[in-house]
Write a protein that binds this ligand. Structure first.
Ligand SMILES: O=C(O)C(=O)C[C@H](O)[C@H](O)COP(=O)(O)O
Length: 203
């Protein structure tokens, strides 16, 4: 069981204007992608999380969480899961204390081992494309039987299927369907296209 069950693709959102968060959340839900990882990389990210958290049909989480204090702030704003680009014991332990699922980033076997030592059974594989792509995930999965991966970073509609074909891949993350400056029509088109990618991968 994972908070990502039923979510094969996690949209990674960089919000410049928190005033657009609610509409983006509606577009995701309407397009069949009722989940968003809002990165804490913009000043309005926490306000955006709070706005999205008001949508009962949307599972909203925080990305780019680098410190335990940021995990606190994200959960306080309404984040229901936490994603980090790297593996921080402090972040993992704070999320456990907050009873919120956490997905720390790893890119090497040593980091997967460290995550397993912390009792984790799912990690983000980041940055996926430049860390060896789907073949690297398959190679890591071969030696870490209980570990599941969420590759993120450099994933597109064209290559998501390679990752989703791997049984060790819980989901993929990416921003390709939520580009920062897309007009609403283009956004709907990109979000709507994700379903075909997921279906083609048999998910
Ligand atoms: O910092 C984090 O915690 C992140 O989540 C980083 C994101 O995974 C990538 O920025 C998404 O990568 P692209 O799909 O290539 O845009």
């Amino acid at each position: 069981m994972s908070f990502l069950d039923g979510h094969a693709v996690v949209p990674v959102v960089v919000l410049d204007d928190p005033g657009r968060a609610a509409a983006l959340g509606e577009a995701l839900v309407g397009g069949g992608l009722p989940i968003a990882e809002v990165t804490l990389r913009t000043p309005g990210a926490l306000a955006g999380i709070a706005a999205m958290a008001e949508n009962p049909d949307l599972l909203v989480g925080a990305g780019t969480v680098l410190t335990a204090a940021q995990a606190d702030a994200a959960v306080e704003a309404g984040a229901r899961f936490v994603v980090s680009p790297g593996l921080s014991r402090a972040v993992v332990e704070r999320c456990r204390a907050l009873r919120v699922p956490v997905l720390p980033g790893v890119a090497t076997a040593t980091e997967v081992l460290a995550a397993a030592d912390l009792g984790l059974d799912a990690v983000k594989f980041f940055p996926a494309a430049t860390s060896g792509g789907a073949p690297a995930v398959a190679a890591l999965a071969a030696v870490f039987a209980g570990m599941r991966f969420v590759p993120t970073g450099g994933i597109t509609a064209a290559n998501a299927g390679e990752y989703l074909a791997l049984p060790s891949v819980l989901a993929v993350g990416g921003s390709w369907m939520v580009p920062r400056d897309a007009e609403p029509d283009r956004l709907r088109e990109l979000i709507g296209g994700v379903g075909a990618v997921v279906a083609a991968a048999g998910r």
